[in-house]
Design a protein around this ligand. Structure first.
Ligand SMILES: *Cc1c(COP(=O)(O)O)cnc(C)c1O
Length: 388
């Protein structure tokens, strides 16, 4: 019998390429070893490719989580009293707004109902009215499965002389984002989502304008988050020179070099296309199972995950019924609709391994049938296969 460990289909951590897992395993490399300098330096170079960033943008790789990357952006760019506009699409936008308030910033939120995105005109209005020099956006909202229009929002920020910061934790390395072309200033993520590593790295790229803003703030962030502390370290690694400020997660950086090289070699257009097709396939399967997605418009539905409403007569016990069949999906997360839907991740390695998507759809169909929702799992499988 094939591998019977549970299949991890949540929106991060995700199933990863065994070749990447192999790099993360094994005896820890020293942080000054020549092979490690090469892996770190190469990772920084490859981040520019995967992020679509220009040669003057600065990548940072720091041990930590996505929340740490968010905190890094929030504290390097704001002084207490600074104004910031937050596009709020759900759970992680709430967190960002709270973080900025804890920092002492004056936060204006532009909210949307669960499953919707605020119109760009509303965001422009908030920028104009508040005179804010910062716009914070969640690229893909992991609590609702909606994707914001990064290009339009970055352009709106630029029109109002504001820097744009995107939380790409559930998007980077899967959803289209060309940092230089759209003029975004910060794009951040964490290793356990679409980048396809175990958890443990905070990844962020900052534009020259973002770095300049850090230099003009008068209240430095906590030292371990300070871009100005990390800058000489990142430069040293990129030049393959040994340096030390705080020990990097050496095994994970080695895995990062592998994963980013794979993405760059495949080419980002192909990576985007693969995720777009996987999402279309999963959407076709939900339709065949007569399930309703949380995102109101297919145009703003993420490629990286599906948020799907429980049908009539089915409740959150469905998630356990799916798990008992060997597939792990996630429950609801948005505070207003938490008990009404579940979430399925489809990013990274699973989009290169159609059997994983197929098993997921089949098992969800079977669990629904068992819960009394009269549907045909094989029809959902056929719909998925036809679309991918
Ligand atoms: C997962 C996620 C985070 C938080 O990342 P952690 O590594 O759990 O701290 C932040 N923002 C978004 C959009 C996410 O999906």
């Amino acid at each position: 019998m094939a591998d019977r460990r549970p299949l991890l289909m949540i929106p991060g951590p995700i199933e990863i390429d065994p070749r990447v897992a192999e790099e993360a395993a094994g005896p820890p490399p020293g942080h000054l070893a020549p092979a490690f300098l090469e892996a770190f330096g190469r990772s920084l170079e490859l981040m520019r490719t995967v992020w679509g960033a220009g040669p003057d943008a600065q990548p940072f790789v720091i041990a930590g989580s996505g929340t740490l990357a968010m905190e890094s952006a929030a504290t390097n760019l704001t002084d207490p009293g600074d104004r910031a506009v937050v596009v709020n699409t759900g759970y992680f936008s709430d967190r960002l707004a709270t973080m900025l308030r804890v920092r002492g910033a004056d936060v204006v939120e532009v909210r949307a109902a669960p499953g919707r995105v605020p119109p760009v005109e509303a965001v422009e209005g908030a920028l104009a009215e508040s005179g804010s020099e910062l716009l914070f956006v969640t690229h893909v909202d992991t609590s609702t499965g909606v994707r914001t229009d990064a290009e339009a929002l970055a352009a709106a920020a630029a029109r109002h002389g504001a820097l744009s910061v995107f939380d790409g934790v559930c998007a980077t390395g899967a959803e289209r984002f060309e940092m230089a072309r759209i003029g975004a200033d910060v794009y951040l993520t964490a290793s356990q989502k679409a980048i396809g590593l175990p958890a443990g790295l905070a990844l962020l790229v900052a534009s020259p304008a973002a770095l300049k803003r850090r230099r003009t703030r008068s209240s430095p962030p906590p030292m371990v988050l300070d871009w100005l502390e990390w800058l000489p370290i990142m430069r040293a690694y990129e030049e393959r020179r040994p340096s030390y400020f705080s020990t990097p997660a050496t095994n994970l950086v080695r895995a990062l070099a592998r994963s980013l090289a794979d993405l760059a070699e495949e080419g980002m257009e192909s990576v985007y296309g693969r995720h777009e097709r996987a999402a279309a396939g999963m959407r076709a399967a939900w339709e065949a199972l007569a399930l309703e997605p949380v995102p109101e418009s297919p145009a703003s539905a993420a490629w990286t995950l599906s948020a799907v409403r429980y049908p009539a007569g089915v409740d959150a016990s469905l998630v356990a019924a799916i798990a008992s069949r060997g597939v792990v999906v996630a429950g609801g997360l948005h505070p207003e609709i938490r008990a009404e839907y579940f979430r399925v991740g489809h990013m990274g390695y699973a989009t290169r391994t159609p059997e994983m998507l197929e098993r997921t759809v089949l098992v969800i169909g079977e669990a629904l049938r068992e819960s009394g929702w009269d549907v045909e799992p094989q029809a959902a499988l056929a719909a998925l296969e036809a679309a991918i």
